[in-house]
Design a protein around this ligand. Structure first.
Ligand code: ADP
Ligand code: MG
Length: 262
């Protein structure tokens, strides 16, 4: 278990990019313990919301709090130790090995003169490589990997930091079905262990199947929020995406599959 279960709070957040209001009046409490899927059509503001949660983008109005402490008041290092942020389409422009990339995830835990605890650093890196199935890739160059392998290497970097909050923006992009299932199971497990885990997904079936809670963004706000079976009901999906769905039962959940544009 992770000590002290964290909670992220957004209070009446508005996001403005350029001269456009992207999100308005978003109020959410995101506790640890259950996997939270953030879904919504292209341009709904999912990445914007995730960057705000990560403390990388300041809201125009409103506030983000971590355990009742305004995120803006945490220093960059303190924030980086808590937050594991996996950006959409992460890039790495150096020919690093997978293991070297994962070690970068330990940077927020280092002191001014290097590692404070080399053994803890190495153990965290090995555990992260193992959990993402990347141990066998440790010496491979990151720029010589497939898109899905690269995504898992970046996930290893995030996990190596042992964050209490994990914010992953479309981490399944480029992953084959087996690795999609594996990463979803891993994210659910990380949440169950007492972390706040928010994952942006396009796959409604995987969201409904693995998430304990779905937050549906659209029209600049939260359209629905709750257990996937209610938040992602037919009416909500029709409104947000303009699609009809059929349902397939998997593991006792009625999982939506888009069938047609409305
Ligand atoms: P999503 O991740 O849900 O697809 P984003 O959060 O990336 O959506 O973007 C939300 C909206 O903000 C989109 O309409 C996008 O075009 C717009 N946007 C993103 N970045 C900027 C920017 N720097 N200036 C103005 N608009 C932007
Ligand atoms: Mg996005």
């Amino acid at each position: 278990m992770v000590s002290a279960m964290p909670t992220l709070d957004l209070a009446d957040v508005r996001a403005v990019l350029g001269d456009r209001t992207i999100l308005d009046r978003v109020t959410l409490t995101l506790p640890a313990g259950g996997l939270i899927a953030l879904v919504g059509p292209n341009g709904a503001g999912k990445s914007t919301l995730l960057a705000i949660l990560a403390g990388l983008l300041a809201p125009a109005t409103g506030e983000v709090r971590l355990d009742d402490e305004p995120l803006a008041r945490l220093g960059d290092r303190a924030r980086a130790r808590v937050m594991g942020y996996l950006e959409q389409q992460p890039e790495c422009h150096w020919p690093l090995s997978v293991a070297a990339l994962a070690r970068l995830g330990r940077l927020p835990h280092r002191g001014a003169f290097g590692s404070l605890d080399p053994r803890a650093d190495a153990a965290a890196v090995e555990a992260a490589l193992a959990r993402t199935g990347m141990t066998g890739f440790r010496d491979r160059r990151i720029d010589h990997l497939s898109g899905g392998e690269r995504m898992r290497a970046h996930l290893a970097r995030v996990l190596a930091g042992e964050p209490r909050v994990i914010l992953a923006d479309e981490p399944l992009a480029g992953l084959d079905p087996a690795h999609q299932l594996e990463v979803m199971a891993l994210l659910r497990e990380l949440a169950a262990q007492g972390r706040v885990v928010v994952v942006v997904l396009h796959d409604l079936a995987l969201a409904a199947r693995f998430a304990d809670r779905a937050i549906l963004l659209g029209e600049g706000r939260v359209l629905a929020d709750g257990p996937p079976e209610t938040a992602l009901d037919d009416a909500a999906l029709a409104r947000a995406y303009g699609v009809s769905v059929t349902r397939v039962e998997i593991d006792g959940r009625r999982v939506p599959l888009p069938t047609a544009r409305l």
